[in-house]
Design a protein around this ligand. Structure first.
Ligand code: NAD
Length: 292
C-alpha cells in the first residue's frame, strides 16, 4: 500500500477501536419511570432493568418493608439520586394523585408508567365472596385506572407524549380454573390498555401490555394462598407447580421476573416506538386457550 493509504487505514482502525471501548449511551437516560408494585418480584426486576438503562425510577408499593429494602439496594448499587421509594396504595385515589404530583415535581416530570402492583386471590364462583371479588377489582382494574389517569393528566400537561406499560396476565385472555375474579380483573386491565392506546395516540402517548404466564420465583403472590388454590385447581401438590408450568410451555422453560422486565423495558423504550395497543405474551410458548 502507498504510505499515506496505510497510515489512513491504521488511523481508521485505531479510531474504530476507541469507539468500541467507549461506553454505549443508555437508552433511557434522562427518563423518569413510575413503577407500581416496584418492591415485588416483577416490579423490582423491572425497576432494576430501567435503572440499568439510565432511567430514574419511582418505586411505588404498599409494602413498606419490601420498599425500604429495594430502595436501599438500588440507591447503593445505582445512585441515590436516581431512585425514590413511595409507600402507596394504588386504590387510594388521593394518595395516587399526591404521589404523582410529588414525584413529577421532584424529578421534573414523568415519562413512563409501569402499572404492575397486584394481588391474586380466587375461588370457585359459588364460594367467591363479594369481598374477594371487590379486592381483585379494586387493586387490579381500579388501581390500574387510577394510576393511568394520573399519568395521562401529567403527560398531557408535559406535551411530550408518554409511555404506559401494563403488567396484566395470560389469565386476562385465557380462562383459568376457579379464578374468575382474578381473570375478570386482568381482562379489564387488558381492555383498559387498548382504550387508553386509542385515547392517547394523537398526543404521542403509547400504551401496551405485557401478559406473563406463571412467574413463581421471586413473586410474593405465589407465597400465599394463591399457590394452594392453583395447585388444588390442577390436582397437583404445591411443589409440583413449577415443573407443571415448565412442562406445559412449548419451550419447556419457567418464566422469571427478569423475562417480564425485559419485555417491559422494550415497550418502555424507543425500540418499540411504533407499538401501541399491543400485547406481548411472555409465557415460554403457552398457546393453550385454557391454562389448566
Ligand atoms: P409480587 O407480589 O411479588 O409483587 C406485587 C407487588 O404489588 C408487591 O410488592 C405488593 O406489595 C404490591 N401491591 C399489592 N397491592 C398493592 C396496592 N394496593 N398498592 C400498591 N402496591 C401493591 O407479585 P408479582 O408476581 O411481581 O406480580 C406483579 C404483577 O404481575 C401483578 O399485577 C400480577 O397480577 C402480575 N402477574 C403475575 C404473575 C405471576 O405468576 N407472578 C403472572 C401473571 C401476571
Amino acid at each position: 500500500l502507498p504510505e499515506q493509504e496505510a497510515f489512513d487505514i491504521e488511523y481508521w482502525l485505531l479510531e474504530e477501536a476507541k469507539l468500541q471501548r467507549m461506553p454505549k449511551p443508555k437508552s433511557l437516560a434522562g427518563r423518569v419511570a413510575f413503577v407500581t408494585g416496584g418492591a415485588g418480584g416483577i416490579g423490582r426486576a423491572t425497576a432494576e432493568r430501567l435503572l440499568g438503562q439510565g432511567a430514574c425510577v419511582v418505586l411505588a408499593d404498599i409494602d413498606a418493608e419490601a420498599l425500604k429494602a429495594a430502595h436501599e439496594d438500588f440507591a447503593a448499587r445505582y445512585s441515590a439520586d436516581a431512585v425514590r421509594g413511595v409507600q402507596l396504595n394504588v386504590t387510594d385515589e388521593a394518595a395516587v394523585i399526591a404521589s404523582f404530583a410529588e414525584a413529577s415535581i421532584e424529578f421534573g416530570g414523568i415519562d413512563i408508567l409501569v402499572s404492575n402492583a397486584g394481588i391474586a386471590s380466587s375461588a370457585p364462583i359459588e364460594v367467591t365472596e363479594l369481598a374477594m371479588w371487590n379486592r381483585n377489582m379494586d387493586i387490579l382494574a381500579t388501581g390500574y385506572f387510577l394510576v393511568s389517569r394520573e399519568a395521562f393528566r401529567l403527560f398531557r400537561r408535559q406535551k411530550i407524549g408518554g409511555n404506559v406499560v401494563f403488567v396484566a396476565s395470560k389469565n386476562g385472555l385465557a380462562a383459568s380454573p376457579n379464578a374468575s375474579a382474578y381473570c375478570a380483573a386482568k381482562a379489564a386491565e387488558i381492555h383498559l390498555a387498548r382504550c387508553l392506546a386509542l385515547e392517547g395516540a394523537e398526543a404521542g402517548i403509547r400504551v401496551n401490555t405485557v401478559n406473563p404466564d406463571a412467574v413463581l420465583r421471586g413473586s410474593k403472590i405465589w407465597n400465599g394462598e394463591w399457590r394452594e388454590q392453583r395447585a388444588a385447581s390442577s390436582n397437583l401438590q404445591v411443589d409440583e407447580l413449577e415443573e407443571h408450568y415448565r412442562k406445559r410451555s412449548l419451550l419447556k422453560l419457567n418464566v422469571l421476573p427478569e423475562d417480564i422486565a425485559e419485555a417491559i423495558y422494550f415497550l418502555a423504550s424507543d425500540a418499540s416506538a411504533k407499538s401501541t395497543g399491543n400485547i406481548i405474551n411472555v409465557d415460554a410458548g403457552n398457546v393453550q386457550s385454557f391454562t389448566r
